[in-house]
Design a binder for this molecule. Structure first.
Ligand code: PRP
Length: 216
C-alpha cells in the first residue's frame, strides 16, 4: 500500500494536531521525542507518513503532491495562494488577521492616505487594501516582530496576527481594522483527492468527527 503523506506546520499546531489524531487512533510514537532531529515519521500499520515543515512550505508540499494532506493555518493558505483543496476547519489556532497601529493612524486609514504597511503577509495585505478597500498603500515585507515597525517609524500601520492582543497592548498599539478570522485547516492535494479518494475520505470523516466531539 502506498503511504499517505501528511505535512504538518511545525510548532504548536503540529502538537495539537497529533493530539487530535491520537483520538482517532492515529499515533506516531517516534514523533514525540523532541530531542530527535528526525524529519519524517511513519506508522507502518496505518500506511501513514508524517513530516514537519515550516508553515509557509506546507502548501507547497501539498500542491506538488509531495504531501497528500497538510495541516496549516488559514493565514499561510491565503498568503501562499497554492492550488489545493481546503477541506476542514480544525477550530484551533484561532486568531485574527488585523490592521494595527497607534490610534493616531486611524485617521490615515479613514482618509485613504498613501500609508506604509509593514507585514509578514504581503499578499494578504495587498488583497485587503487594493481589492477590498481600494486604497493605494506601500507594502513593506518583514519577517518577524512586526509590531516594531510603527514604533520606530518604518510604517504607519501593520497587518499582522492578533491572538490575545497582549503584544499590541504592551507596545501601545491597537487593532484598527479586522481583515479576517484564522484557524488551523486541513488541505488536500487535488490529484490525491481523486487517486486516494477512499482512504482520504475515510480519514477526513474521522477527523471531522473528532473535531465535532472536541467542540461539543
Ligand atoms: C505573532 C504575531 C504577533 C503575536 C500576536 O508573532 O505576529 O506578533 O504573535 O499574539 P498576541 O496577540 O497573543 O500577543 P509570533 O510570536 O509568531 O512571532 P513573530 O514576531 O516572529 O512573527
Amino acid at each position: 500500500m502506498r503511504y499517505l503523506t501528511i505535512a504538518l506546520a511545525k510548532g504548536r499546531l503540529a502538537d495539537k494536531t497529533m493530539a487530535l489524531f491520537e483520538k482517532i487512533g492515529i499515533t506516531c510514537e517516534e514523533m514525540k521525542d523532541k530531542s530527535s532531529r528526525k524529519l519524517i515519521f511513519s506508522n507502518e500499520e496505518l500506511g501513514l507518513r508524517f513530516f514537519l515543515a515550516k508553515a509557509s512550505d506546507v502548501p507547497t508540499y501539498v500542491e506538488y503532491g509531495a504531501a497528500d494532506i497538510g495541516v496549516v493555518g488559514k493565514d499561510t493558505i491565503l498568503e501562499e495562494g497554492r492550488k489545493l483543496y481546503e477541506v476542514i476547519d480544525l477550530g484551533y489556532g484561532r486568531c485574527r488577521m488585523c490592521v494595527c497601529g497607534p490610534e493616531s493612524a486611524r485617521e490615515l486609514l479613514n482618509h485613504h492616505e498613501l500609508i506604509r504597511v509593514a507585514t509578514k503577509y504581503p499578499n494578504i495585505a495587498k488583497d485587503y487594501f487594493y481589492n477590498k478597500k481600494h486604497q493605494t498603500v506601500e507594502i513593506i515585507k518583514l519577517n518577524g516582530s512586526i509590531e516594531l515597525a510603527p514604533i520606530v517609524g518604518l510604517s504607519e500601520v501593520i497587518v499582522d496576527i492578533v491572538e490575545t492582543g497582549s503584544t499590541l497592548r504592551e507596545n501601545g498599539l491597537s487593532v484598527l481594522e479586522e481583515v479576517c478570522g484564522l484557524s488551523a485547516r486541513v488541505v488536500v492535494n487535488q490529484v490525491s483527492m481523486k487517486r486516494e479518494n477512499e482512504r482520504i475520505t475515510r480519514l477526513l470523516k474521522d477527523i471531522r468527527e473528532a473535531v465535532r466531539k472536541e467542540q461539543s
